[in-house]
Every structure is written in C-alpha cells, then in structure tokens.
Design a binder for this molecule. Sequence first.
Ligand code: ZN
Length: 419
Amino acid sequence: MPELIYPLDSNKSFIDQEKIGHNRWHPDIPAAATVKPGDSFRVHCREWFDGAIHNDDSADDIRDAPLSTVHVLSGPFAVEGAEPGDLLIVDILDIGPIPQEDSGPLAGQGWGYTGIFPTNNGGGFLTEQFPDAYKAIWDFRGQTATSRHIPGVSFTGIVHPGLMGTAPSAPLLAKWNRREGALRATDPERVPPLALPPEPSDAVLGTLTGPEFDRIAAEAARTAPPRENGGNQDIKNLTKGSRVFYPVFVPGAKLSVGDLHFSQGDGEITFCGAIEMGGFIDLHVDLIKGGMETYGVSENAIFMPGNTDPQYSEWLAFSGISVTLDGEQRYLDSHLSYQRACLHAIDYLTKFGYSPEQAYLLLGAAPIEGRLSGVVDIPNSCATVYLPTAIFDFNVQPSASGPVRINAGPGAPRSPMIS
Ligand code: ZN
C-alpha cells in the first residue's frame, strides 16, 4: 500500500480531522502535504456532504442538504518542482470505498446513496419534471451495487473520483468570478441559480484562520462546476488505471481530490446522480515540464481512461431530439435532446412497474452511456442514452408478449419541497 499522506477518521467530521482539507478553490489555500514527482501515495476522501446523508428510508436529508458545505476535498497536495506551464500527470492506481469490514454510518462503509435534489435546493437535469427530493440507498457487495429502493437491478460499479483538479492562479480565479457573476446577473433570482457566487459561510480553507481566512473565503470559487483546472467534471470513466494530464497554474500545482463515486451514468443527471461514497484513492504523480505549451493544453485536462470499466456488450438505447415537451422547435440544442432521450427511457421503464423517480435515479447511478449522436442536422440535434440490458434481472427488451411487471416495491423515499 502506498504511504497514507491524508488520513481521515470516520468518527470525526471534516473540520476535526488531523489534516484539514478544503471546500473552495483558491490559490492561497495552504498545502495539506507535499509529494515529489514519481511518488505514489494514498488519500482518504469524505463523501461530498461529510456524512449529512443517512442510510435510512427518508429523503428529508436530501431535501435539507447543506449545499454551502460542499464539496469536502482532500488536499491540496503540493508537487515539488511543479511550476505554471507544466502538465501534472496523475495516475489513478487504485480507488474504492472506505476499507472497513463492518458497515457503518458513513456513505462508503458498505453503502452509498443517490439523490434527486429538489428544485429549491440544487435541482437537477430534469428538475421541471422532478421538483421534489428522493433518495436511493445502494448496498455494495464486492464490485456490485443493489438497492432496496430500486429492485430488479444490480450492476458492477465504475468507481471514480467525481472531482479532481489543480488550484487556479489568482488571475484565473478572478476570471471565473467575473464570467460566472455576469451569467448570474442575467437572472439573479432564478431557482435553481445560474451559477454560485463565492460563499464565505461554511467555507473550509485548510489551516487558515483570522483576516487571511476572511479575505480568501470572500474570493474563493465554489466547487460545483468543472472548470479549466478540471474540478467537478464527473467523468465516470476516470476509473482505476486512468492517467490524467492537468494544467498547472500555481507553483506546486496544488492537486485536490474528492467526491468519490461507486458508479455513475453519463451526465450524473439527478444532480447527485452518482452513487456517492467516501473512500480511498491511490495516486501517482509526475510532471511534464512546460507541457502546457508543448502539447497545446493551455486549459482543461486531457486524460486516458482506465481499462477496468464494467464490460457490458448489449444495450437498449433511447434517442431524443431538440423539440420541447410543448412541441417547440429548438435549434440544435443537445442539452434538450439528451433530456428528451432520458425522459423516453424513464417512460419506457415505468411500463415495467418502476415509478418515474426510480427510473430517474437508476439512470443517474447505473453505468449508462450518453452520446451526442448528431449535432449538425438542422434543426434537430440527436442525443442518445444507452442502457446495459444485463443490469436488469428481467427481460427489458420490447417483445410481442409485452413488458413483464416487476415488483418495484414501495419506491424511493420522497420528501416534498418546502418553499
Ligand atoms: Zn458526487
């Protein structure tokens, strides 16, 4: 096992740990540890809500989830010799749930969760159709996930970090705040918001305190979006064996990681669509000096996905085009096309006995593939969503005899929105 450089005690909250991580992006957050090029090391990660979501049959914790506290990240880790303009090579050597024999109270200890976030607390890809909070608990047995809230399916996890990235430089951070602020200003009252401004309350910035903390908390960017530094990209294929090349914007690169997922479908559509968990990740780092210029990677990481994904060979796919549910024609709107493809898949699965929410949660969590199949055929783009047929323990294909009705149980727990 590589040296554990960032341990977490499951019985303590994020801010009471031996090493304190962070939940905002800023170049001046001090490094939690320093590594050298060529080093391999282990890092523990809290699940992104630091234990606020429980293994029970109520969705109240999703409805009331404290969004100002996320994402709790491990790091930053300084890499000796890294300078702006370099590419940081990060190999994911291994990744998994919290290594512990008994199941426990924290996601990652034998279980994880998927949430549909309500419109007034985060929302999601299909928030107009699904405004209320729902939750599904998933149990892990080895590599396999099953849920008492979504019977009739089991699948192999595609374990990956939802969030990993390097620290922004001060000018890059200022650029983020400018452009996201300008977007927000176009509709400041929108629910859910168009973008999240810096939020000092609940900010965790490593060991910083006092006036320095206040200055940085007022400037630091939220962790929700993916940006030039990587960040919350939610790429399900960043699994074991992946190699990522991150641009370096500050001395030491300051790599951070968190938001581990046991599995996720392309798009992570319910907002917290993945199976969220805490766990460990083993990383190896190295540098390509001056690599940003050499390879034209001035922003946004490039990567080589791992080859340990679950191998599904048969799929049932649904397509959607850029026409709204009200019949309005939109011009090559691939976001809308993917929404329509997902809604078609949800409608289909309800014919087998699932509630629409169970189907929506399943599309978020299972290793479904999403594709932009056509983006040029005016006026309709075509997006597709592929469901692996083998995850269902019944025949999910259309046939002349009609769909089998499964016993889908009481469904996923719901908590209506409070306005
Ligand atoms: Zn996540």
